[in-house]
Every structure is written in C-alpha cells, then in structure tokens.
Design a protein around this ligand. Structure first.
Ligand code: ZN
Length: 301
C-alpha cells in the first residue's frame, strides 16, 4: 500500500516511494512539439533545420519598445501591437507556408522618450549589433528571408540601415524592414491628416487600437498635446519642417508634450480600433502573401 507517496516530476520522470520499497516509475511523456506552430523558438533543433532548408523559408522578427505612451497606455504598446497583428496575419497564411515568427524584441531604441519614467532604451549601436548578429546566424542556418516587423516609429531608420548592411554581408538572405503603420491606404479615411503624416504618439490611432485589442490596458485619461497648461505650447516647428516626413527635426517628446502624448487621443474608441486592426491585418496579410509567392531575392539562383 502506498504511504504518502512523494511524487516529483523531474523532466518527465516520477519517483514514487513506497513503504519499505523504492520503486522508480518512469513516466514517458510524449512531448509533442507543435509543428503547426508559427513560433520559431517552439520548434525542435531538427525542425528548425528542416524549416530553414525549405524554399522561401521566412522568419518575421517583431520589434516594439518599452516606452512611455502617456498616462493611459502601457509601456508595451508597440511590442504588443507588433505581436498581435503579426499573429493574426500569420493565422491567415496557408498552413504549409514556410513562415515563422521570432520572439518579440520588446526593448527598442527610444531615446526620445527617456526622462519619462518606465522608458527603457537600448543604444543605436546595440540595436545594430543585435540585428546583425542574429541576422548572420539566421543566414548561416539557411533562412532565405528575414522580415523586421516594427511597430515603433522611432527606430524605422535604424532598422532600415541595419537591414541594408546585413543584406550586403549575407547576400543569400533577403532582409525586409517594415513599419506597421506605413503604407496602409485606408488610414487617411480613418484618422486625421496630421496623425497620418506625422505618425503621432499614443494619440487617436494607438489608443483606439489598444481599445480594440486589449481594452483592459487602457486608462481613463484622454490626453492631447495642445494642453493649455503646457508652457512650450506656443513653440512651433519652423515652417517647411515637420516632425517626420520630408524634413524631420529629430524631436524629443519633452519638446512637444507634458503628458507624453503627441497628438490627440480624445476621440479614441473601440469601433475605430476594430477598423484600424482590420485594415492593418488585411494590408500585411496581402503583403506577406505576395512576398511568399515571390522568388525574392532570386531564390534558387
Ligand atoms: Zn507607440
């Protein structure tokens, strides 16, 4: 009869101690690695090797940030958007499509928001090194394409630069740096011109999208950067220059806002968030399908 069996699972084994006896029961657990998973790091080593060897094998690396998004959105906002939208996009892809996602890079290059508590930023040098080192390893593994799927506007240029450098170093692997909010045709019908053009921060689009994706993470405040209490409110950007776009001025958040919000979050609502999410998923699904159906960059040549 068993007396107070001490059962401890150690990597699939269970040791059961009987009175007067010691019996070792080996419980063989069938650890099923989900070969349907789109998560590269959930593959076994042989599966990763097999995945990389496929024609057109593609990895998507989501990039976010850990940075202030005003008093009403969490630090993880950009990382969460990159991961959620990408997950929905990959769910639309045919099962046999050789595409997987890497773990999200949740700390990015965010010097513009330093000084607002909670913001963590790595240097430009470190970001270049990180992407170069991992990129070289992926190319060595045999991956044919690496997509840098970025949701933080402050590191667009940096990722474009490292993508070009990596491609030159590893010509067998395509590197495609893209920005979540770029190229979405219907944005102009959904959010104001200024926010579309200047990619504002924690304003109407991001607040609405979060209300759609994770409403429980959205606080009750709805800040805007025209706050009359902001002492620098009368400082305007020189004519012809802009926050982003043709003649950008490498702003720091504290130049523009006391709340950390750049733009106006007051009209945010979940219905707009749903429409933004659908537009993002539709756009990126189409682009990823086109990529996977292409032979870029001269695959097999
Ligand atoms: Zn953001």
């Amino acid at each position: 009869m068993l007396s107070d069996p001490a059962i401890g699972p150690w990597g699939g084994c269970q040791l059961v101690i009987l009175a007067g006896n010691v019996k070792l029961f080996l419980r063989i657990e069938v650890i099923s690695i989900n070969s349907d998973s789109r998560h590269f790091d959930y593959l076994s080593s042989p599966e990763a090797s097999e995945a990389a060897a496929k024609d057109g094998s593609t990895l998507v690396w989501p990039f976010g940030a850990c940075e202030q998004h005003g008093p009403h959105l969490p630090l993880v906002t950009d990382a969460l958007f990159a991961e959620e939208i990408l997950t929905e996009v990959l769910d639309q892809m045919p099962k046999e499509t050789p595409i997987w996602m890497l773990p999200v890079q949740k700390i990015g290059f965010s010097p513009e928001h330093l000084g607002f508590p909670g913001t963590l930023s790595i240097s430009a040098d470190l970001m270049l090194q990180l992407v170069s080192e991992i990129g070289r390893q992926l190319a060595d593994l045999g991956i044919k394409r690496l997509v840098l799927f970025n949701a933080h506007g402050g590191q667009i240029g940096l990722l474009q630069a490292v993508a070009r450098q990596l491609r030159a170093e590893c010509p067998s692997m395509a590197v495609l740096p893209c920005f979540l909010w770029s190229g979405i045709e219907s944005l102009k019908d959904l959010i104001p011109h200024r926010e579309v053009e200047e990619g504002l921060h924690a304003a109407l689009a991001e607040t609405s999208l979060m209300l759609s994706i994770k409403p429980e993470l959205v606080g009750i405040q709805r800040p805007f950067d025209g706050d009359e209490n902001f002492p620098k409110n009368n400082i305007s950007i020189p004519e012809g220059w802009s926050l982003e776009g043709a003649a950008p001025c490498a702003w720091l958040t504290k130049d523009l806002s006391i709340t950390g919000v750049i733009g106006d979050s007051r009209g945010a609502n979940p219905d707009l968030g749903d429409r933004l999410k659908n537009a993002l998923v539709e756009h990126w699904t189409s682009l990823f399908i086109n990529l996977m159906n292409s032979n870029w960059p001269s695959l097999g040549a």
